[in-house]
Design a protein around this ligand. Structure first.
Ligand code: COM
Length: 520
């Protein structure tokens, strides 16, 4: 189907995408300006965040990009199976957490776990997701002027030639952006009905889970686990190591980890750490999981298993036609300019390995685009602000207290609630989003820590469990990562919009000017 110059509306895109999903429409959807020929500055194989943002920047810089995407929409797994449903469910988790904790108080009715249906929310997402999908297609075509073929597989013939929709296209450069998917742990029983990963959970769920086991300690495991438990569905996480420790999110502060992991237990979740799932049991469908725990082997009954053990790259036809170098986990190796080992071939997004975060996909795509257009550009994605959700939004940037103490001589911290006070009797932080808990269940009001190098007075790490601070952390990460850094005194000179999600500005002001900085 040729849609070039047709200026499809959002509802028209939506219908087309819905038809393609339902199998009613299988043709490639082609938006190519044929008057410009079949040669491009870059062909992006994969139209997720990396491909879409890369193509947009390449176009801004005067280049001609082509995106080829197998799904009928641009935007990739984010609006389809990953970030967007996860955020929908994390928002639900926050609401349900309050509804459970405050049931029968204030305006909260008695908590009814049957009313909080996991299936209903998945169905709601599935029925509405083509709205965001349509926007990605409409924006890319109408506002960004990106040429694309969606609903079509790309076949990479060589570094400069790709076939799709029965046509052959050439380009100065190739950008590989085919993403990643769950690395299944190869457990007996893992193909039984009732065993899901983050993608099939969204695509295939057709019943209401009543007892859940999650295998793995990834962000996916913690985020969906917190949501399931908040719906009133008993949930167990089986994690090989300590939850959110080694191999988990880098630089998470130990005290913050303790706060959120204790918080999951407080809410009734069973956390089996240092434990290994050995077998998923069932005849026609999953009936339970056998687990080796430090106390011996145990059987956990369940009717739903989520695998959250990490991801592996999704390789396309290029794996056969290009002699690419891969790292030891199979991800495509790139340098800081997103160049692979082959001239003219770049790789971006989840295909190049962790962190599996959208900003990394987007920025790796734009970095490749700039370099292709002759603008020297590097992206180092190991130093990142990071976040996850439990029933809290948890954000952090810079060093944990432990890492700071290992790297620097003299560290002081500002911690809320202060370490010497009993959280159950201390309604702090009680910031944005936790005011009601402040007056009902003080220990649920969150956690904040600011780590400071006492010698230079520079803030070297910030940590937050609460709500609404991600915005601030984007900027805080920039401020503290600059060569000149951000001192406690400068932080204290900012104007805070009280009550803001974090109290770093106010607390920094209370300490600014103090000659010998002390813990607070
Ligand atoms: C966002 C997808 S859901 S993209 O990064 O805007 O392409």
């Amino acid at each position: 189907m040729d849609v070039h110059g047709k200026h499809l509306t959002m509802p028209e895109w939506r219908r087309l995408i819905d038809d393609a999903h339902a199998g009613r429409f299988a043709d490639p959807i082609v938006n190519i300006d044929d008057s410009q020929g079949e040669h491009f500055d870059a062909i992006f194989v994969g139209g997720g965040s990396g491909g879409r943002f890369g193509a947009a920047v390449l176009r801004s810089l005067g280049g001609r990009p082509l995106i080829i995407e197998r799904w009928p929409f641009l935007g990739g797994s984010c609006p389809h199976q990953a970030c967007v449903p996860h955020h929908l469910m994390s928002e639900a988790a926050k609401e349900l957490d309050q509804a459970q904790a405050l049931a029968g108080q204030l305006w909260y009715p008695k908590f009814d776990p049957h009313a909080a249906s996991i299936l209903e929310l998945v169905q709601l997402f599935r029925s509405q997701r083509s709205g965001p999908h349509a926007h990605m297609n409409w924006q890319s075509a109408e506002q960004l002027g990106i040429e694309s073929i969606v609903n079509a597989e790309a076949t990479v013939l060589d570094s400069n030639t790709v076939r799709a929709a029965g046509r052959t296209f050439t380009a100065r450069a190739l950008v590989l952006a085919t993403g990643a998917r769950t690395e299944m742990p190869c457990l007996p029983g893992e193909s039984l009905p009732g065993v899901f990963d983050f993608a099939s959970f969204i695509e295939d769920l057709d019943y209401e889970p009543t007892k859940i086991v999650i295998i793995g300690g990834s962000k996916v495991a913690v985020e969906y686990g917190s949501y399931y438990q908040a719906t009133g569905t008993p949930t167990t996480i089986v994690s090989r190591g300590g939850l959110l420790t080694s191999g988990g999110p880098a630089n998470m502060d130990d005290d913050m980890r303790t706060y959120i992991v204790d918080g999951m237990r407080l809410r009734g979740m069973e956390l089996l750490e240092h434990s290994t799932a050995v077998r998923i049991v069932g005849t026609d469908r999953v009936e339970g999981v056998e687990v080796d725990t430090p106390g011996g082997r145990t059987f956990i009954e369940c009717d739903f298993v989520l695998i959250g053990t990490g991801e592996k790259p999704t390789l396309g036809s290029f794996a056969d036609t290009l002699s690419l170098e891969y790292d030891d986990r199979g991800f495509v190796k790139v340098d800081s300019r997103m160049r692979t080992n082959l001239p003219d071939v770049y790789a971006v997004g989840d295909l190049i390995g962790p962190p599996m975060e959208m900003f990394k996909s987007r920025r790796s795509g734009t970095t490749a685009a700039r370099n292709i257009m002759g603008v020297d550009s590097e992206f180092h994605y190991s130093d990142i602000p990071d976040f996850l959700h439990t029933t809290y939004e948890v954000s952090w940037a810079g060093l944990s207290e432990r890492a700071a103490r290992e790297a620097l001589d003299d560290i002081v911290t500002i911690q809320v609630p202060p370490a010497e006070l009993d959280p159950a009797e201390t309604p702090l932080p009680m910031a944005e989003g936790t005011m009601i808990y402040g007056f009902t269940l003080p220990e649920r009001t969150g956690f904040q820590k600011c780590v400071i190098d006492a010698n230079t007075r520079k803030v070297v790490g910030v940590h937050h469990a609460g709500y609404g601070a991600k915005d601030a952390f984007q900027y805080l990460h920039h401020l503290i990562s600059r060569p000149e850094g951000l001192t406690l005194d400068q932080l204290g000179e900012l104007n805070e919009l009280y009550v803001s999600p974090d109290y770093f500005i106010g607390y920094a002001r209370l300490r600014s000017g103090q000659r010998e900085l002390k813990n607070m």
